[in-house]
Design a binder for this molecule. Structure first.
Ligand SMILES: O=C(CO)[C@H](O)[C@H](O)COP(=O)(O)O
Length: 225
């Protein structure tokens, strides 16, 4: 049991309605979301195109939620200032997109945001371990980044186990194909932050879905981890 780490649920707005983003963010906050997970895709690093800092800036006055921005972009260092000015609370970048992860982490911190480092399924966990003492969160992708609605890859949980063993107090986020069952599995491996898009937005009762993911995530974390 790790009482100092909080279980956090991060609905992915990728599965929301982009025409009503502010409304969907506030709904999620009202339903108990800890983070609002914003998927930033550039059509180059991943084969999909979504939103950028201007959308975060427009959204900021309309939500008090914690804006967790996952940058799936090439050259992430170019965009950190813009996300800070837009009002992001946390910025995550991919290790595959940079040769200088240390400088990016320093820059994010200098701009008073939390830093998250992320890796794709095919990237070995060893590539990020040297940076984990500097970040506030690590995101282990449990699908190939780019699209919501994909199937969870349970083999990624070995990465979570490796990280949790070495970093008992670090926020470990998982993203991709997460519902209550997967939250239970991932939390048993040591994850405490759960991104979920389809499992929350594509159900008649998103509040209940958040509660269920939290319940299963808490159960696995407290019992097995
Ligand atoms: O980062 C992402 C895709 O790259 C999404 O956050 C993620 O896939 C969430 O969607 P779902 O829960 O439907 O899998």
């Amino acid at each position: 049991m790790r009482p100092s780490l909080k279980i956090k649920i991060a609905p992915s707005l990728l599965s929301g309605d982009f025409a009503y983003l502010a409304r969907d963010c506030e709904r999620m906050v009202d339903y108990g979301a800890d983070y609002l997970h914003m998927d930033v895709m550039d059509g180059h690093f991943v084969p999909n195109l979504t939103i950028g800092a201007p959308v975060i800036k427009s959204l900021r006055p309309h939500t008090k939620g914690f804006l967790d921005c996952h940058l799936m972009v090439s050259s992430p260092e170019k965009w950190i200032d813009d996300f800070a000015k837009a009002g992001a609370d946390q910025v995550g970048f991919h290790i595959e997109a940079t040769n200088d992860a240390g400088s990016i982490i320093d820059k994010i911190h200098k701009l008073n945001m939390r830093a998250c480092i992320t890796l794709k399924p095919k990237t070995p966990v060893d590539d990020i371990l040297p940076f984990l003492s500097k970040v506030d969160q690590v995101l282990v992708m449990t699908v190939e980044p780019g699209f919501g609605g994909q199937k969870f890859m349970p083999e990624m949980l070995e990465k979570v186990r490796t990280i949790r063993k070495q970093f008992p107090e670090l926020d470990i986020q998982v993203d991709g194909g997460i519902g209550p069952t997967e939250a239970r599995l991932a939390s048993s491996a040591g994850a405490n932050v759960f991104v979920a898009g389809s499992a929350i937005f594509n159900t008649p009762d998103p509040k209940k879905a958040i509660e269920e993911i939290r319940r299963m995530g808490t159960e696995g974390f407290m019992t097995d981890c």
